[in-house]
Design a protein around this ligand. Structure first.
Ligand SMILES: Nc1ncnc2c1ncn2[C@@H]1O[C@H](COP(=O)(O)OP(=O)(O)OP(=O)(O)O)[C@@H](O)[C@H]1O
Length: 294
């Protein structure tokens, strides 16, 4: 898996354009401040604050029901925080609608696949780019004068780049619903990437995959980050992958942030070991990714 080592010097994992910095970090892209979310009497999130730098691969982990997806939903706009604020590129997006967030560069995939099963792979990916088209029905009249036609060609070229990158040429005309689970997850990622987001939110991109599919997916995610320059926030239960590819990790438990930092530090954090393993004794050896995944 890209030859990365668990818990090594995380700075070596930072993209080249960040590595020269003293703290390894660049400009803040996403700033989440004191976000709380209530569903009736249930507090799904309590005063969660963190920031993600441009170019980071940032993971959110935590036991089931810890609030990870709720937090992603607050960032994508699906949920509106009960308290707190969210800034993207310095702009307050706390009350911005999900489609506006997509338009300013926040893309996402879902925990449960959200593809159009009866449509082809190609059409599913094209849907991802629709909001980027400047020309609409009215300006379509200008089609034969070149504007819309040129835009459509550019649009298709970008989609083909994404298809090539994710190695799904061989299924581009297949109906999405007929594909294996692993391939459908890849098509869903392709659709999100086709939006050309600056920040991409991945909700359990490897859930339900076999080892080989997971390794492939991990490689695509690293390449998206390093070669395509996308900032990534990932929720993932496979702790080996999380510790292997993330620059920083944040841990939620019962809706609260209990730890965050570089993978090796998070693994060694007694609060994290207690949340996952019920360990009380801070003298015991740091947890391994395998133990946290168990
Ligand atoms: N729409 C909703 N209505 C009511 N309660 C909700 C809703 N969405 C989430 N919750 C509750 O909020 C809490 C956090 O759920 P969330 O799905 O964010 O956790 P999670 O960390 O993503 O869990 P998992 O790892 O199992 O996906 C849970 O108690 C869940 O039941």
């Amino acid at each position: 898996m890209n030859g990365r080592q668990n818990g090594g010097d995380a700075r070596q994992k930072w993209p080249a354009h960040l590595r020269h910095r003293e703290d390894g970090l660049g400009t803040t892209l996403l700033d989440v401040r004191d976000v709380s979310l209530r569903f009736g009497g249930l507090r799904a999130l309590s005063d969660v604050s963190f920031s993600v730098e441009k170019g980071e691969l940032f993971s959110i982990i935590g036991p089931n029901g810890a609030g990870k997806t709720s937090l992603l939903n607050c960032i994508s706009g699906r949920y509106s925080p009960s308290e707190g604020k969210i800034f993207f590129g310095g702009r307050d997006i706390t009350r911005l609608k999900p489609n506006r967030r997509a338009a300013i560069g926040i893309g996402r995939t879902f925990q449960n696949l959200a593809l159009f099963h009866h449509m082809s792979v190609l059409d599913n990916i094209m849907v991802g780019r629709h909001h980027l088209l400047k020309n609409n029905f009215l300006t379509g009249a200008l089609y034969w004068f070149g504007g819309a036609q040129k835009e459509e060609l550019e649009h298709r070229r970008k989609v083909e780049d994404v298809i090539d990158f994710l190695d799904i040429q061989h299924v581009r005309k297949a109906t999405a619903g007929t594909l294996s689970y692993g391939l459908r997850k890849r098509v869903e990622l392709a659709r999100a990437v086709a939006l050309e987001p600056e920040l991409i939110l991945l909700d359990e991109p490897m859930a339900g995959m076999n080892l080989e599919e997971k390794e492939d997916m991990a490689r695509y995610i690293v390449d998206l980050n390093e070669e395509w320059g996308m900032t990534i926030i990932m929720i993932e239960h496979d702790m080996g992958v999380v510790m292997d590819i993330s620059h920083r990790v944040m841990v939620l438990d019962f809706g609260r942030k209990i730890a965050h930092g570089q993978p090796a530090d998070v693994l060694a954090d007694p609060h994290v070991r207690k949340a996952y393993l019920g360990e009380e004794d801070p003298e015991i050896e740091p947890a391994t990714p395998q133990a946290l995944s168990a």
